[in-house]
Design a protein around this ligand. Structure first.
Ligand code: SF4
Ligand code: SF4
Length: 211
């Protein structure tokens, strides 16, 4: 494991434990404010939050590790939920609920958001793309175009042997063939680096884009 991956593991698990702590003391609005600020910052720096600080990503990574060990597969995400219009509606409603929850610290609004806890059973049962690509309440903001994308994986198609191992392992299905070249969809990529880890031909390099 290189330094970047060690830092990523530490930040992800620190984030998961902090999230659980805030849920336990019923102050999740503080953590939500932190998540919301990071998602707005993604317009500047890309999905650093997803890759390094998201508690759901941390949980998904650990759960995926256990499932792989016992060769258990998750259920494919229902196709109906992948319709663009439905996605935008769900995404905006979830984002509005998060904002109301954060505002409830300043104004006398009473709102609970069990869907944040619901993320865990969703990630346990369904393939990871369902939560990361379609249900994350911050997805709407995170999917806006970024000025720069820091620490993005990039496929060197000159070295690539098109074995498709990275395509199959990518939790958000962000890798696809485009004009006979494998490309990473920057909007869907959550910087988990599983593709880099499994590539036996060192064809995946980590870069900063937009300089
Ligand atoms: S493209 Fe690579 S780093 Fe991005 S989500 Fe897929 S596996 Fe993870
Ligand atoms: S795992 Fe490596 S060699 Fe195989 S398709 Fe992906 S980038 Fe190419």
């Amino acid at each position: 494991m290189n330094i970047r991956m060690t830092i990523q593991t530490l930040t992800l698990f620190a984030s998961l434990f902090t999230f659980i702590f805030f849920i336990r003391i019923r102050q999740e609005d503080i953590f939500l404010l932190f998540m919301l600020s990071f998602s707005v910052a993604s317009v500047m720096f890309g999905k650093l939050f997803c890759g390094y600080f998201c508690p759901f990503h941390a949980f998904d990574k650990s759960w995926g590790y256990i499932l792989d060990k016992y060769n258990i597969k998750k259920i494919n995400s229902p196709r109906i939920l992948k319709k663009k219009l439905l996605y935008y509606s769900i995404s905006l409603i979830l984002l509005a609920l998060v904002m109301l929850r954060v505002l409830s610290t300043l104004f006398p609004i009473k709102i609970q958001i069990p869907f944040l806890i619901l993320a865990f059973p969703i990630l346990v049962i369904f393939t990871s793309d369902l939560w990361h690509n379609y249900m994350c309440p911050f997805g709407f903001i995170m999917n806006l175009p970024s000025f720069r994308r820091i620490l993005m994986p990039n496929i060197n198609n000159l070295k690539c042997k098109y074995c498709n191992i990275c395509v199959n392992i990518c939790p958000t299905k962000a890798i696809d063939l485009n004009n006979n070249e494998l490309m990473i969809n920057e909007t869907d990529c959550i910087l988990c680096y599983q593709c880099e880890k499994v590539c036996n031909f060192d064809s995946i390099e980590i870069k900063t884009k937009g300089d």
